[in-house]
Write a protein that binds this ligand. Structure first.
Ligand code: C5P
Length: 472
């Protein structure tokens, strides 16, 4: 039987006990005996065999936490310090509605917005706040918090928390648990639009996405500050809970053993050694597809034009500059089971790119730059007689008549699916973080909800896995 002496208690607890004992005119030992007797009376002198699951029985608030039962889906919710922290309490409710066990860590800043008491009342669990609280570390240290969960949700994920995470810092309980976990981590960023679009935050976002962190939001809308609008609102609790539930679903490596080839980014077509023709493609969608396919267990070859992104974890990346280099790299990477052509390949290149820099000379006519057509990589691969991947998927970036043009493209290029999207400037899709897709196949077209490029990637990978399973 375990024994504990008063000397082993931490100083704060000892101080409380001393005061209480003095007030009641008892020794500290007698005070402990009285407290234990009261506690035993309260639970009827019986030790429950199996406690009721939180939320299932209408019981009085519990004093001692009931640990998650075997088979429970367990979320560690880390609440960062932002005005959206108040929504995290609703998120707890949404998760518990789905029978998910929730434990909370509140950062120091989060406690400026919500209290451990309110979070504890809603979770029905002890709330953790401090890395150096000896009572917590003795009982449920940060390593146990990090391990005893199937998913960590950070909501709101502030700019500061994202920066610490991207830098691998661990100077408080939340960041220490995040660094120590091997569970999936879902971040729900929330911050002022200027902070979100700041280069440092975008750099951290790119780093975290490449490291395999999952994201939901931020959404566009009203901010807490008067008259502020923009991208930075935390995703709604229902939205976060739905993504959490999907991430908690048993992961099957749906594309294990498959070779998936992805092209991504723009191409640069030289005019001379220092100038080139390019386009505004960021490569974000192609990179997200490569990451999602790798996470689904595929062997992924990503052939990417010049982009300002980190390589997605788990993919073999081949960097190219021009359309002709991209075609060669794609052909060399065959055979593949699936090929996804997300690159924005330049349609034309300069017929005779100068070997030397073209000089501007006073009084001379401006140079003529005759163009010739680049090879169509998608069509070339889709029309191959040998080594044609089973599933060839193209994109159609259109500014008008999106579906009609995609259908025509499906036929002319000979591919199996087209992901069509409207890239007219009003949509902000080109170079942005969100995408609205219509999936066009030979027999149907299907509108997908507007979502993050990572969301599009996961949805596509799920659809590909289903298609592959049907044909295997
Ligand atoms: O003809 P358009 O450029 O609209 O076609 C878009 C699709 O074709 C995308 O999937 C793109 O990656 C692919 N494409 C290609 N090679 C080209 C032009 C487009 O692979 N030269």
């Amino acid at each position: 039987m375990a024994s504990i002496t008063i000397r082993q208690l931490d100083e704060a607890l000892k101080k409380k006990l001393r005061l209480r004992a003095a007030r009641n005119g008892r020794s500290m030992e007698d005070e402990v005996r009285t407290l234990l007797r009261e506690a035993a009376d309260e639970i009827g002198g019986e030790i429950p065999q199996k406690a009721a699951r939180p939320g299932k029985a209408a019981s009085a608030p519990r004093r001692a936490p009931i640990p998650a039962a075997e088979g429970d889906r367990r979320v560690l919710l880390i609440v960062g310090g932002g005005i959206a922290a108040y929504k995290s309490l609703d998120l707890v409710r949404r998760l518990k509605e789905r029978d998910i066990f929730v434990r909370c860590i509140l950062t120091k800043a989060a406690q400026e917005f919500i209290t451990p008491l309110s979070a504890g009342t809603i979770t029905g669990e002890r709330v953790f706040t401090d890395l150096f609280d000896p009572a917590h570390e003795f009982d449920v240290g940060h390593i146990r918090l990090a391990r005893e969960c199937d998913l960590i949700v950070v909501a709101p994920a502030t700019a500061d928390l994202m920066a610490k995470l991207a830098g691998g810092r661990a100077d408080d309980l939340a960041t220490a648990a995040l660094l120590a976990t091997s569970a999936t981590v879902l971040l729900a960023p929330a911050m002022n639009p200027h902070m979100w679009s700041n280069k440092a935050t975008q750099r951290n976002f790119a780093q975290l996405a490449a490291d395999g962190f999952e994201f939901v939001g931020p959404n566009e809308g009203e901010m807490a500050e008067a008259n502020e609008r923009g991208v930075g609102r935390m995703a709604e609790p229902l939205e976060i809970a739905a993504v959490a539930e999907r991430l908690l679903a048993p992961q099957t490596l749906a594309l294990a053993g498959k070779h998936v080839l992805v092209t991504s980014g723009p191409t640069h077509e030289p005019i001379d050694p220092v100038r080139y023709i390019a386009n505004r493609s960021s490569g974000k969608q192609g990179n997200a597809i490569a990451l999602a396919a790798a996470q689904a267990g595929a062997h992924v070859t990503l052939i990417s034009g010049p982009v300002n992104l980190l390589d997605p974890a788990g993919a073999s990346v081949i960097k190219v500059e021009t359309a002709r280099e991209m075609l060669k790299a794609v052909e060399r990477a065959l055979p593949a089971d699936v090929a996804i052509f997300a690159a924005a390949v330049a349609d034309w290149r300069v017929a005779n790119a100068g070997a030397q820099k073209i000089k501007k000379k006073a009084g001379q006519a401006t140079p003529e730059l005759p163009l010739v057509e680049n090879p169509d990589i998608l069509a070339t691969i889709a029309k191959r007689k040998s080594q044609r991947p089973k599933l060839v998927i193209g994109f159609a970036a259109e500014t008008e008549n999106v579906v009609a043009n995609a259908k025509a493209k499906l036929a002319s290029k000979g591919c199996d699916w087209i992901l069509a999207n409207d890239v007219s400037p009003k949509t902000g899709i080109m170079g942005g973080d969100r995408n609205t897709i219509t999936l066009v196949t030979a027999t149907a077209s299907e509108n997908w909800p507007t979502q993050s490029k990572e969301g599009v990637a996961r949805m596509l990978v799920e659809r590909i896995a289903k298609e592959m399973a049907r044909n295997d």
